[in-house]
Structures are given as C-alpha cells and as structure tokens.
Design a binder for this molecule. Sequence first.
Ligand code: GUN
Length: 296
Amino acid sequence: MSATVIDGKAFALRIREKVAAHVARLAADHGITPGLAVVLVGQDPASEVYVRNKGKQTLEVGMASFEHKLPADISERDLLALIARLNADPAVHGVLVQLPLPAQLNSDLVINAIDPAKDVDGFHISNVGLLGTGQKSMVPCTPLGCLMMLRHHLGNLSGLNAVVVGRSNIVGKPMAQLLLGESCTVTIAHSRTRDLAAVCRGADILVAAVGRPEMITAEHVRPGATIIDVGINRITRNGKTTLVGDVDFASAAAVAGAITPVPGGVGPMTIACLLANTVTACCRANRLPEPDGLTV
Ligand code: GUN
C-alpha cells in the first residue's frame, strides 16, 4: 500500500475540541448554551445507535441535548406540532429529525417544517437552495466533513477534477455543490454511469457515496488520487460481519495518493460536523461571530 490513510477519527476529535472550546466561551462570555434537539420516530436499531451517539457527544462538548423518542405510529400532525414547539424554543438552536421516517410520514414535509436557521442537517429546501447558489447556509454534515478533510489534506482544491459517485440529496448532490464552490471541475456519476471506471480515473478527488460495498476498485483510481469513502456497509465474509466502505480499500490504496478508511474515516466526521453546525446556528441566532474553521 502506498496511500496516506486520512485519519477521520483524529480529525473529528480536533473538531469536537474546537466546538467544546467555543461552547465554553459562549457560556463564559454570554451565558449561552447551544442546544441540539434530536427527534427519533420508531425503533430502527441503526437509528437508535446514531441518536444515542449524537446525544452522548453533544453533552461531551458542553452543549444541551434534547431527545424526543416518538412511537412509530405517530401522526404527521403530532410530529409537526413537536417541530413547531422546537422551532419556537429559544434553548434549542439545532433540530434534527432522524431519517428514514416511517412510511405514513412525508419526509419532505417534515424536514421543510424545521426552521431553516435551526436545520443543522442542511436538508431544508431553503438551505439546499442557498448552498446551490453559493450563499451562506447550513451545510449537510457528511459532505461538510468530507470537504474539511480534503482541504486539510490537499490545501487549495481549485482546478482539480472531482468525481462524486452517488447522487443522493444527503451526500452526493451537496458534495458536488461544495466542490464546485471550491472551483473544482465536478462530475456526478452514479450506478447507471457508462464506463464508470474510466470516468473515475479522471478524478484527482474521488468521493464514493453509492452505498454498494467495495464497488470502487483499483481500476477506478488515477495514480495519486485522493479518495473519500462515504460508504458504511455491513457485510458477512467468512462467517464474520464486518463494516466496509464503497471502496475496496486494499486494491484502491495501492494506487491512490490518500484514502479514508472505513471505519475511522468519514463516519466520525459526520457527528463532529453536526456539533459544529449547532454552534454555528447558535452564534447566528445570537448575532455573535461564528467560530473559525467549523463551517465553509
Ligand atoms: N440518517 C442517516 N444519516 C442521517 C443524517 O445525516 N441526518 C438525519 N437526519 N438522518 C440520517
């Protein structure tokens, strides 16, 4: 293996330390504690783990955590009423509704009911529009974490060829917008792209976010490229369950210049950026300067 392994775990720790320092300053200088409300509907085991981790890390950086666990059969009306209460609550600076939602609930309607200024996921249609037009917005956490790692590793990204594999609203599309904002030449590829390997080999920066285990291999990688693997796939191999990314790490790392591992790459950055977004939202709500280096 020749590639540098980008340590997302260590990077995320540094972000959380920055967040904690800013939270302490907000308390000491202004008597303000940023608050994050997380809403979980139903009992999806993976979502429960995410929500528990979010709550734990929110408290660890000194912020207030408000958890709302609701039954799977809650009505849209009752969920919207809770969101309206959270929007109006001055102790809450960030509101996150864990996705996916049960089928009887319209996710778009629910997400768009969140006050855009408290939309720390950056999923509200007005934040999507602001990001797409290069205006200040709340930026989705996973792409924000990816961009922070890319900037740290590569410095100025201007003029680089970036290929984003995956076109989801949560990762692929906002990632492409962020890279455009850095003056990259951006291609969005996906599962139907013809000769995907050839398209990917044009990339100085390759972001894999397709949700297909180990789909990106050495043949997709330009020598020296930087690879960001957003995938988190649970697979069973030789009778053992393991986590793998969308990139075949061993083969890709032999060709790439740098690569994020799974686990320990993008994953830890997502919650760190959620905490960063909550501090940013709190500062904006109180018309205070935003911390350096926690958003784009
Ligand atoms: N489910 C999986 N990832 C996410 C995320 O980033 N935000 C929310 N709200 N739900 C998710």
